[in-house]
Structure formats: C-alpha cells, structure tokens
Design a protein around this ligand. Structure first.
Ligand SMILES: Cc1ncc(COP(=O)(O)O)c(C=O)c1O
Length: 341
C-alpha cells in the first residue's frame, strides 16, 4: 500500500519506509555495538549466513519457531523443518518439544523486535545435543551469544544499507564467499539512494530478489557498519521513541517495558484481528507506514494457533532514528484515533 503514495508525501512528514543510505564517516566507538567486538563474517544477508550454517554442519532437521519471518525457510530448504510453539506474547511457554530433539538437530531462536527471548529453554536444548542459532536479525544490539553455536544479524533492518548480514560465530570461517552479484547489488544500492514515488515498490523488488548463496557483504556495507554508523545515536533515539509510544499506547503494547540493554526494532502492538487492516489503512492514508511482522498464514501449520492469531492482530509502530518526539506523538495520536474508532 505504501508503494502507492507519492514521493513528495514520503518526504514531507511521512513516518516509515526503507532507510536511505547516508554516507558519512563516524569514528568507531568501541562498545557502542557488541557485534563489532566479536569475531565475525559478513554475508550478503542474514539468510546467506544461515544457509552457510545449515550447509556447514551435518544437519538433518531444523526447529523453527512458530512465529517467524517466512523468508526464514529459504536457507533451510534441504533440511526437514519442525516447529516449536511460540505464545501470543512471543514467549516459548511450552518446552515439551525439546524431548523430540535429536543430537545434530539445528534450532533457531528469534529475539523478537530487539527483545531478549528470555523464555527460550536454552539449557534443555543444549542438553539435548542440538546446535542453537540465535537469530538476532531484529536485535542488532544484542550482546549475549557466547555460549551459542552462531548468532546472526541483519543490519539492513536498522540502517540504510544495500546489503549485509553478520554472523558472530562462524561455523565455517574458511569458506570462500563471492562478491554480491553486480546487477542485483546496483539495484539495491540505487533504491537506497532514491527519494521518488516508486521507491518502495523498487525496494520490495530488490528484497524479493535478494540472492541466496555463498555471497559476502559488499565493501560498502562493511565500511558503513564499521566506520559509518552512529550506533550510540541509534540506540538512544530508538529507546527514547519507544518510551514515548509506551507512555501513550501501553494498553496495546506487546512488550510493556523496555529493558536497559534493549534497542527495539519497532513498537509492536496488538489490536483486534478484525480491525487490524482498517487501522493499517488509516495509518497509511496519514503517511505512517507501519509494517506487519509477519504474515504467516501460508507458511506455518494452522495447528500453531496462537501464532496465527498474533499474526492477524499485530502491527509495528515506528521508532527508528529518523524520528523524534513530535513524530512519536503524531503516530500515537493517529493510532489511537484508528484503534478507538
Ligand atoms: C527474524 C528474521 N530472521 C531472518 C531474516 C532474514 O534477514 P535477511 O533479509 O538479512 O536475509 C529476517 C528478515 O526479515 C527476519 O525478520
């Protein structure tokens, strides 16, 4: 829907949409982002990093959470997929599935929206002999991965980069990676530099055609991640924006407090499923491009009911570093107008 809006409105007071690439040099501030202090490999995307994990081990099966981005299936096409249940509050409340784990299974845990998945039965999964991969694609600022097999990040969800996925504990450090395919990459770069009406549509095309394989990140993405990003500003702004939305929209919040070390991806809210799309349309009509993380109807078996209910009820209000208090209050007011109509 956001694809239909005109570019002028996107620039004038719009909230949301793809991050633009802003090239500037920012002196690295050690400690401002934990992944930069870890041994790491830069892939073209988190999916490419996950595929490297899947192919490096002798895995037969992967356990995926019932609430997930459907793109997460792509790296595991060669493995048998099992699901474990995630509650409507995004917690792993039931650990009985762990009994079915076999040694050499791969298990993926997602740290949703930047929040630590404290409920995950980490010790039980380790005791069962599985390898745990922490999907921190939505939690770029996470710092706790030392005991895990691998942690994966997707900085494009926080910063305007054409490509990039990071893995902090490489399962296969010696693998040679190819440069991003140039045709795709130039399109991805161009999208991040555009301001015109079709920008969102082109962004969707680029994301839908992202190459999956043994590809590394571009030198531009690595340079930006290591020397061109003000992580302290991103941390502060997102947290301050989250607190404002929390003060206005607490009753709708999925996470109703902000832990000290959390840097949120967005502010997910739950609304009645039958009102959700009307609320989204109202927000779009007022230039607030709230995404839906995620639409899982086709991807996850219907028996995992709580996740389906959540997927029909959720939307994500925007807290990113492009916006300040005024934008947050405008967003909150629009949301309340729609949700309480
Ligand atoms: C939780 C999660 N993991 C992985 C991915 C894939 O990330 P990438 O686009 O970098 O491959 C996504 C993408 O949306 C995601 O939300």
């Amino acid at each position: 829907v956001a694809a239909l809006v005109c570019g002028e409105r996107l620039m004038a007071g719009a909230i949301g949409g793809p991050f633009p690439l802003e090239v500037r040099r920012v002196p690295p501030a050690p400690g401002s982002i934990p992944f930069l202090a870890a041994p790491r490999t830069y892939f073209l995307s988190a999916r490419c990093a996950l595929m490297a994990v899947a192919e490096a081990g002798k895995f037969r099966r992967v356990w995926l959470p019932s609430y997930l981005c459907p793109s997460l299936f792509e790296p595991f096409r060669r493995l048998e997929v099992r699901f474990y249940p995630v509650s409507a509050r995004l917690a792993v409340a039931d650990a009985s599935w762990v009994r079915e784990i076999e040694p050499h299974d791969l298990v993926i845990a997602i740290h949703y929206f930047g929040f630590e998945l404290d409920s995950f039965p980490r010790a039980l999964v380790a005791a069962a002999g599985a390898r745990l991969v922490e999907d921190s694609s939505q939690a770029l600022f996470r710092s706790q991965w030392t005991e895990t097999y691998a942690a994966v990040f997707s900085p494009r969800k926080f910063i305007g980069l054409p490509d990039g996925g990071v893995i902090t504990v490489s399962a296969d450090g010696a693998r040679t990676l190819a440069a991003p395919p140039p045709e795709w990459w130039l399109d991805a770069l161009q999208v991040r530099m555009r301001r015109d009406a079709d920008r969102f549509r082109s962004f969707q095309t680029v994301e839908a055609t992202i190459p999956l394989g043994s590809y590394r990140a571009s030198d531009l993405a690595v340079a930006m991640l290591e020397n061109g990003t003000d992580y302290s500003l991103i941390r502060q702004t997102r947290r301050a924006n989250y607190e404002i939305l929390l003060s206005r929209l607490r009753d709708f919040a999925i996470f109703d407090s902000l832990p000290d070390d959390c840097v949120p991806l967005g502010f997910p809210v739950r609304v009645p499923a039958e009102r959700r799309d009307a609320i989204l349309n109202f927000l779009y009509a007022n230039s607030v491009y709230a995404p839906v993380h995620w639409r899982i109807a086709e991807a996850v078996p219907a028996r995992l009911r709580e996740s389906h209910v959540l997927a029909r009820s959720i939307l994500t209000m925007i807290v990113d570093q492009r916006y300040g208090p005024e934008d947050m209050h405008r967003q909150a007011a629009l949301f309340l107008e729609a949700a309480c109509a």
